[in-house]
Design a protein around this ligand. Structure first.
Ligand code: HEC
Ligand code: HEC
Length: 475
């Protein structure tokens, strides 16, 4: 013990002799040293402080490894692969020009290439050059959605148990589905019933009828595709015996694909598991702010039902500017039809207007835009917004957005009037601290396995439907 203390003191003294600022200069020219021994005493102090903060929040850095235990079985690679093909195949989109991947692209963590999603009547490009009428919100990344107890920006799909792996208390969806999807084993399998019925996202307007009629038409097309029947048959006895593919089976396959896309092994996780030097000194200082004085973890939570996803999965008003597309196919809210009422769309309660689900932050650096409507295209702006929402929102202009999003924005005063109390007196951070916080959010939360070059292999060479694939641009 005493020897250890002496050793620590010696190391401390050695560190103190090092040229001040040397570690910073190291980071400028080449990749920052992740070697703990090369750290100065301040860095080692931050390491210890961060360990204490992570322990206080029960953060383990092991959430990815809990997946199969929570599922109660192994992820089935064959089922996931059928789900992958469906993800990319316009056969699920009756309009014929979109797919899950059109909005949830492997070039962006299975998230949007846009500030606000473009659905039907698009130019079949997935990337910055995507064109077409806008829907209402940005598509979140589906990577890691396996752990989310509520889905969508206003949490309108939710596991009543607070656990997406547990359907015993039912899955709540708005009408007409209500609780009818509660028999599915995972919230994502239930969610998969919805996009093919959304007319502006995927279905279009040529096929008449209700959601069940639209699903029936999707299944008719799927069952007419021999290659799909051949792929579903080994997985489902019914299909093997000649019965049609069901929508439950489609949902199970799409969910399995998403279960296979858990990428939650970021530097912060490796640090929490005891890997000294997993994070740079700047990332560590940023993490100390995030979990400490900056108060981020108050909403971007890691404990309990958050499953270390950096969200409390509750809705808050943080005063995001209201982007209003000039060419869209979804009616917006409010007297000027230029607003998004967020949670109030679900509850009908005006007090819930402008509240959105705390964005889970893992892999957020992969996104081309931030917030429910992509109002910010630079991560630093999204972070800084929290530090003075009123000033940020009033100074905001849509100048950095795509041309069809640069029209007059919706009103900001009613949004700021409902600002979450936590953001009314935010922490004061200097520029160096903001830079550290951004370094943590950008790099400390990024699992390299979710990067575009590591997900590109998911794009199928050809589709079982024989339909023409969408064109994926490089990020
Ligand atoms: C037109 C673009 C579009 C298409 C096509 C699309 N989505 Fe989405 N997706 C979105 C948007 C936008 C949201 C968020 C909507 C909201 O919050 O109101 C979303 C949300 C989700 C979520 C919830 C993620 C979270 O963080 O809560 C999942 C899961 C999902 N989509 C899966 C799918 C699947 C599976 C398909 C294909 C069957 C699909 N999506 C097709 C745009 C799309
Ligand atoms: C009062 C709760 C709350 C606090 C505190 C908070 N956030 Fe957020 N944050 C949110 C909500 C809610 C959103 C999504 C808002 C929207 O899209 O309308 C969000 C969005 C974000 C985004 C954009 C993510 C994306 O996917 O677009 C980032 C980055 C972010 N927060 C970082 C931080 C940081 C860093 C801090 C600490 C300085 C912080 N937040 C503090 C609630 C909070």
């Amino acid at each position: 013990m005493r020897t250890l203390t002496r050793l620590a003191l010696l190391l401390l003294a050695l560190g103190a002799c090092a040229e001040p600022g040397a570690p910073e200069r190291l980071t400028a020219g080449r990749p920052p040293s992740r070697d703990a021994a090369a750290r100065d005493p301040a860095a080692r102090g931050a390491d210890a402080e961060l360990r204490a903060l992570l322990a206080a929040h029960g953060f383990t850095g092991r959430v990815a490894s809990t997946l199969e235990a929570r599922l109660g079985r192994r992820v089935d690679p064959r089922l996931a692969d059928v789900g992958r093909l469906l993800w990319f195949d316009p056969i699920l989109a009756l309009n014929g020009d979109n797919a899950c991947a059109g909005c949830h692209s492997p070039t962006h963590g299975l998230g949007d290439t846009q500030s606000i999603a473009i659905g039907i009547d698009n130019n079949r490009v997935v990337g910055a050059g995507r064109r077409g009428p806008r829907n209402q919100r940005r598509s979140p990344m589906a990577v890691n959605a396996a752990f989310y107890p509520t889905l969508m920006w206003n949490s309108r799909f939710r596991a009543a148990s607070g656990d997406p792996f547990d359907n015993r208390a039912g899955f709540d969806f708005p009408a007409p589905e209500g609780r009818t999807l509660s028999h599915l084993p995972h919230l994502l399998a239930a969610q998969a019933f919805i996009p093919p019925t959304e007319r502006v996202e995927a279905a279009g307007f040529a096929v008449p009828g209700d959601n069940d009629a639209l699903r029936a038409e999707v299944l008719r097309r799927l069952n007419a595709a021999a290659d799909y029947r051949r792929r579903f048959a080994p997985l489902f006895a019914g299909v093997r015996a000649g019965a049609p593919i069901t929508f439950e089976q489609v949902g199970l396959a799409l969910a399995e694909f998403q279960l296979s896309q858990v990428h939650a092994d970021a530097p912060i996780d490796r640090f929490a598991r005891g890997e000294a030097g997993a994070m740079t000194a700047a990332e560590t200082r940023g993490a100390v702010l995030f979990f400490g004085r900056a108060g981020c973890v108050g909403c971007h939570a890691v404990s309990g039902r958050s499953s270390e996803m950096f969200s409390d999965f509750r809705e808050h008003v943080i005063g995001v500017p209201q982007v209003a597309p000039t060419v869209g196919n979804v009616p917006f809210d409010g007297p000027g039809a230029d607003e998004d009422f967020g949670l109030a769309q679900v509850t009908g309660d005006p007090a819930d207007r402008y509240a959105f689900r705390t964005a889970p932050l893992r892999n957020v650096a992969l996104q081309p835009a931030f917030m429910h409507n992509g109002a910010f295209v630079r991560l630093e702006d999204a972070v800084r917004h929290h530090l003075d929402p009123a000033r940020s929102a009033r100074a905001w202009t849509p100048a950095l957005l795509a041309p069809d999003l640069r029209g007059p924005p919706g009103p900001i005063a009613p949004v700021l009037a409902r600002l979450d109390p936590r953001l009314r007196a935010p922490a004061r951070l200097d520029d160096a601290e903001v830079a550290d916080l951004v370094a943590f959010v950008r790099d400390g939360l990024l699992d390299p396995a979710a990067r575009p070059e590591r997900l590109r292999h998911l794009v199928p060479a050809r589709l079982p439907s024989g339909l023409a694939p969408l064109a994926f641009a490089s990020p």
